[in-house]
Design a protein around this ligand. Structure first.
Ligand code: LAN
Length: 750
């Protein structure tokens, strides 16, 4: 069999995607040539299997130098094959801008419709961070649950594709090499069968040793390496399970941490409390030799706790953390076994609680991996709990033209579908695409959370019924802005009676969402992400991670606050439930947004890149809350300043373009090139403010039109998402939805 002659599409065709009420899964289907030859995993060692996998690997070679952001081509190619090319309307330059905008919308939406899943959502690549897949590969190694061979090949290929020229890996695909990124990928590749005979591995090892060896990996890396048994547990500050048993008033009780940090700290305390570690296999022994500059047995582990590679440090560890951890480490030496057992029992129950409520998806990719290890250790490899975990690994694995990666969440389904739905309505095109509109509504309807967790107050949870998640109904964690976007979209579609609906997201279903949003408002008038702020801001001094900022406690965010103001306002247009409370909440929310505006008129974006994202939310929030726009007089000073800021950043070609470095450095950093997504956010904001300078807006629209491809798709440019100040994350849908939304707004206003 000669696979060398086959085009990449032959291999892409073996990767089949499906979505069941948002639950995403990539499966491999053997090509005809291999059916009958490969019948079990061991058959991949046959010559035909080896030949196939080698060629399969080559079909996913990707040149990071052109653009480290892959364009989700595998999924788009397969949809295109199934449903055919979208209908393309002809456009030519002699038409007016408005006419060309309409054609662009028709082409853009008919392309995007080809990507909509039968269940109504849009699936897409949600990769970007490089530190996620190592957790899952380590889990698969310890629990002896290997991935299918083709998946292993694609995971490795993805890492090779994203290796930097200096031999290392970054925290994310656009990042510079770090010890954390490099050590984690090195270990992953070794587990997946690579060794130092490969020159690329050698370059990676050189990077690690040149920078002081794995002793210098930051805290999360020390944890993972300890579980893998290639770093001593003594080299970690104690992750005490007993902390869960602190009295509730203690300000740094882990129950008060930001939920992502809390749900990661939780299984970490299990692993530390039980000193979970892999067996001393030959691979583990070799890694102990390969990762360090000194002999493993001679390492001073106590000293190693404080070691970290300078290049990795984004958020330096504060002296208060060291003071507190000295006390905690002291306790570890003298701890009572009885109390440890009791604390561990609570941790085990809490892990089971999170697993059961999220139907084994877990809040995010990090605790999916660590919980899997804990459940395997606690309940055993044959337990239903462990098997349920393994089934969910697929929810997090995504295949694109650069190989397989672990997504930053189990997808961004609700978030993307909500925005697509709003863009379609604003362009007034729901009658042009009735099936798409109907399916959008169906997905929003079927993703509203239908349950509360049992015993949630025992485990630091809250009600969730009636709220919306970021991804799927099974995931089930409620988020302020997702609830608001879900509610807003549902209400917009409710008011369009011509859209066919099976169910109706009626007022009784919306009341609990409104109640929850009102309850979630913080003292400063703003909204946080998942929960109300529970701990004082200063506990950020106890952040040991080095790689991320703002992980210790919930903070109030411009984006979440603006979205909540908009969701609540939309609700008041249709219903009079709790009108007074909502009005008061919106007024307080507006004050919060005003207080967050920077002196130059911009807002910092915490979850998107960056000031154009934040300023879009700032402007929409304030206008919704009653600030004046430009029409018929002078706008409010805040709106004027914000628009002036945006105008000052428009580039000569009509675009806006920001690098993710804006988020990292907290100052506006230009991208080398104009970006359609930034341009769309800036234009949406200016048009909402009814800015009188038409030339500025038209130039921006021209720029977006000039980038649209002949299929109706838009190109994948720089990365557009971010979290915790320092890690970039891919939002594949943004390149389609936001340009279309901006063009739609332009089209309707003119
Ligand atoms: C997300 C994804 C969605 C995002 C928005 C809804 C867009 C935002 O407006 C609020 C915050 C939220 C929910 C968010 C928070 C942080 C997440 C969960 C992520 C960026 C996806 C991955 C990230 C998570 C923390 C990754 C694990 C790493 C840690 C540092 C804990």
């Amino acid at each position: 069999m000669n696979f060398d002659q086959k085009a990449p599409s032959y291999f892409w065709d073996t990767c089949k995607f499906s979505s069941k009420n948002g639950q995403q899964s990539w499966d491999f289907e053997l090509p005809e040539d291999l059916k009958g030859i490969i019948q079990s995993e061991s058959d991949w060692d046959k010559p035909e299997g080896v030949a196939f996998l080698e060629a399969f690997d080559r079909a996913f070679i990707f040149d990071k130098k052109v653009n480290p952001n892959s364009a989700d081509r595998v999924l788009r190619y397969s949809r295109n094959k199934q449903v055919g090319e979208p209908k393309i309307s002809p456009s030519d330059d002699s038409l007016s801008l408005k006419e060309r905008a309409r054609i662009s919308l028709l082409n853009g939406f008919s392309f995007y419709e080809t990507l909509q899943e039968p269940d109504g959502n849009w699936a897409g690549d949600y990769g970007g961070p490089l530190f996620l897949i190592p957790g899952l590969v380590i889990a698969s190694y310890i629990t002896e649950t290997p991935f299918e061979k083709p998946m292993q090949v694609l995971i490795k290929r993805n890492l090779w594709n994203h290796q930097n020229e200096d031999g290392g890996w970054g925290l994310h695909i656009e990042g510079h090499s770090t010890m954390f990124g490099t050590v984690m990928q090195y270990v992953t590749l070794r587990i997946l069968g690579e060794d130092l005979s490969n020159p690329q591995m050698k370059r990676a090892q050189d990077w690690i040793l040149r920078h002081g060896g794995a002793i210098k990996v930051p805290q999360w890396g020390k944890f993972y390496l300890s579980v893998l048994n290639v770093y001593d547990w003594k080299g970690n500050d104690a992750l005490l399970p007993e902390m869960w048993k602190f009295p509730k008033w203690v300000p740094f009780h882990p129950g008060k941490y930001w939920c992502h940090n809390r749900m990661i700290f939780l299984p970490m305390t299990y692993c530390f409390g039980k000193k979970v570690k892999a067996e001393l296999t030959p691979l583990v022994q070799e890694l102990r030799k390969e990762l360090y500059t000194a002999d493993y047995d001679s390492i001073n582990w106590k000293k190693a706790r404080r070691e970290a590679c300078e290049i990795d440090i984004y958020h330096p560890v504060n002296k208060w953390y060291y003071r507190l951890s000295n006390i905690i480490n002291g306790y570890e030496r003298i701890h009572s076994n009885r109390f440890r057992k009791k604390a561990l029992k609570y941790v085990e129950d809490y892990i089971d609680f999170e697993d059961t409520y999220t139907r084994y998806i877990n809040i995010g990719p990090v605790n999916q991996a660590i919980n899997s290890i804990c459940v395997w250790h606690n309940h055993g490899r044959d337990s239903e709990q462990f098997k349920s975990h393994v089934k969910r690994w697929k929810d997090y694995l995504w295949i694109a033209e650069d190989g397989a990666k672990m997504s930053g969440y189990n997808g961004s389904q609700l978030w993307d579908t909500g925005f697509a739905g709003q863009a379609l309505i604003e362009a007034d095109m729901e009658t042009d695409f009735p099936e798409m509109a109907e399916k959008i509504y169906r997905f929003i309807d079927s993703t509203q959370i239908e349950r509360n967790a049992k015993d949630y107050s025992k485990y630091w949870g809250d009600v969730t019924l009636g709220c919306w998640p970021f991804s799927t109904i099974d995931h089930g964690w409620a988020i302020t802005d997702c609830t608001s976007e879900g509610m807003k979209t549902a209400i917009l579609y409710n008011s369009r009676e011509h859209i066919q609906k099976k169910n109706h997201v009626h007022i009784e279903r919306l009341k609990p969402a409104v109640d929850w949003l009102l309850k979630m408002q913080n003292k400063d008038g703003g909204w946080a992400s998942y929960e109300k702020q529970r701990a004082p801001k200063w506990i950020e001094v106890l952040n040991p991670a080095m790689l991320f900022e703002n992980i210790m406690t919930e903070a109030t965010y411009t984006e979440c606050s603006s979205a909540t103001i908009q969701g609540l306002k939309e609700f008041t247009k249709e219903h009079d439930y709790r009108q007074e409370d909502i009005k008061r909440a919106i007024d307080r929310g507006a004050k919060f947004l005003e207080s967050k505006q920077d002196p130059d008129g911009s807002w910092y974006g915490c979850w998107g890149v960056c000031y154009t994202y934040g300023t879009w939310f700032g402007i929409e929030g304030l206008l919704t809350a009653g600030h004046k726009h430009y029409e018929n007089g002078t706008p409010s000073p805040e709106i004027q300043k914000a628009c002036d800021f945006l105008l000052s950043k428009q580039r000569a070609d009509g675009s806006w373009g920001e690098s993710f470095q804006s988020c990292v450095e907290h100052r506006y950093v230009e991208h080398e090139d104009g970006q359609i997504v930034n341009t769309a956010w800036a234009l949406l904001a200016l048009m909402k403010a009814k800015h009188p300078n038409k030339a500025v807006i038209e130039k921006g629209i021209e720029f977006i039109l000039s980038r649209q491809e002949s299929t109706g798709d838009f190109p994948q440019e720089g990365v557009s998402g971010i979290f915790n100040g320092n890690c970039a994350i891919t939002y594949t849908s943004y390149r389609n939805v936001f340009p279309l939304w901006a063009i739609g707004r332009y089209y309707k206003m003119n």
